[in-house]
Design a protein around this ligand. Structure first.
Ligand code: IMP
Ligand code: MG
Length: 178
């Protein structure tokens, strides 16, 4: 275990099972309906890479970059789109892939942005959710795990751009950020 990690919250084995089960749900719901899987960089990369190989229907992928955090552990509330889709969303069914929903600000903003831009439907698949921290209404359509109000890292999730490479999800020691 990494020296800055307090405890392992979701093990590698559990992550594997979570991802498999989400993939099967998505496969069943979209059936043969073509969709675009849109990863929010950078936190979603590990989750999305694992998830996409387990979905056995055709779909396109794309990426967006939205930012609401500085270097800290709290959302600033002001969301900016730093990189938009590289294809037109008009008339497309979009599935956003996110690492974690916290205040809901990021996904609320990105979802509205895509709907306004003309997407036919926009759904959200998140690996983790901290429902107790919600500031704006946002209900993920697919959620891997609800977690308590702790700052977590690993499997794509960072603190100050570190720990994304950990193969598990762990709670970051408070001494690292306070
Ligand atoms: P929201 O806009 O407040 O919902 O924040 C969502 C974004 O904040 C996520 O995409 C993450 O990048 C980041 N975030 C929120 N909670 C955590 C956490 O516990 N660990 C790492 N990143 C987090
Ligand atoms: Mg982040």
């Amino acid at each position: 275990m990494h020296k800055d990690v307090e405890t392992i919250l979701i093990s590698q084995k559990k992550l594997e099972n979570i991802v498999k089960s989400l993939a099967k749900q998505i496969e069943k719901d979209y059936n043969s309906k073509e969709f675009i899987m849109v990863g929010l960089l950078k936190g979603s990369i590990v989750f999305m890479a694992e998830l996409m190989t387990k979905i056995d229907i055709d779909f396109e992928i794309d990426f967006m970059v939205a930012s609401s955090y500085g270097g800290g552990t709290e959302s600033s509330g002001k969301v900016k789109i730093l990189k938009d889709l590289s294809v037109s969303p008009v008339g497309k069914d979009i599935l956003i892939i996110e690492d974690i929903v916290d205040s809901g600000n990021t996904l609320n903003f990105v979802k509205n942005h895509l709907i306004t831009a003309g997407a036919a439907s926009v759904k959200v698949c998140t690996l983790c959710d901290k429902p107790s921290r919600r500031k704006v209404p946002l209900e993920p359509d697919y959620c891997g795990a609800e977690i308590p109000d702790e700052f977590i890292v690993g499997y794509g999730l960072d603190y100050d751009e570190k720990y994304r490479n950990l193969p598990y999800i762990g709670v970051l020691k408070r001494s690292v950020y306070s």
